[in-house]
Ligand binder design. Structure first.
Ligand SMILES: [Zn+2]
Length: 218
């Protein structure tokens, strides 16, 4: 497995990490699973954010504010059956490594995006997530009049943020686990490009960029 990390240096010490998993579900290869939402949508989102950050860091200069690192995790999905030891391989590896080498102490916030490309955007308030970061994301959403897409219900989700939460890094999982009628598209061959919404991804992108600004201003 292989994580990818893209670093945009900032003008002040400290790092904001944005994460997603980019791999699709290995055991579902035999049903022609493509993972348009579950993996690809948020990978595309972070790649587009990379373009925005590159523009902010024009002419080789540092961006104002904290550094922003984009992390594309491998191995989020289970290989056999989901458990804490058979899932989130890439994030568990990276959080442990960054704990050993001291990198974690530089991280001001970790924002994880997962499954937020679908038409019916309804992002849960993930209960392991750090309260002040949840508040900041809600504030960012409100700025664009998009608060109706965020945090209508609480949900406990195991995801790539947990290895960071457990090591004391302020973290949030921005996830919409309800995908399709009665969640019928999740981990099925129905998770295809036609279910993906440019409108939802625009909301996500606006809110991520605004949240970075709010963390910088904090
Ligand atoms: Zn999945």
């Amino acid at each position: 497995m292989c994580n990818f990390i893209v670093r945009f240096p900032g003008s002040k010490p400290g790092v904001i990490v944005l994460g997603t998993h980019y791999e699709t579900n290995y055991p579902l290869r035999n049903i022609n699973f493509v993972g348009a939402n579950d993996g690809a949508s948020t990978t595309g989102l972070l790649m587009t954010i990379a373009d925005q950050l590159r523009a902010l860091a024009a002419h080789g200069k540092k961006m104002d504010g904290y550094s922003v690192w984009l992390v594309f995790f491998d191995g989020e999905e289970a290989i056999q059956q989901w458990s804490r030891s058979d899932s989130t391989y890439g994030s568990r590896h990276l959080a442990a490594k960054w704990g050993r080498d001291g990198t974690l102490s530089q991280i001001k916030a970790f924002l994880l995006a997962d499954m937020i490309g679908d038409k019916d955007l309804d992002i849960e308030r993930e209960t392991h997530s750090t309260a002040w970061l949840v508040d900041l994301v809600a504030q960012a959403a409100k700025r664009f009049g998009d608060q109706q897409y965020f945090f209508k219900q609480d949900m406990d989700v195991e995801d790539d943020h947990l290895p960071f939460v457990e090591r004391g890094v302020p973290s949030i999982d921005i996830i919409d686990l309800d995908y399709g009628p009665n969640n019928s598209y999740h981990h099925t061959a129905q998770d295809t490009m036609d279910k993906i919404s440019a409108h939802s991804l625009t909301i996500d992108g606006d809110v991520f960029m605004e949240t970075i600004r709010l963390i910088d201003a904090r």
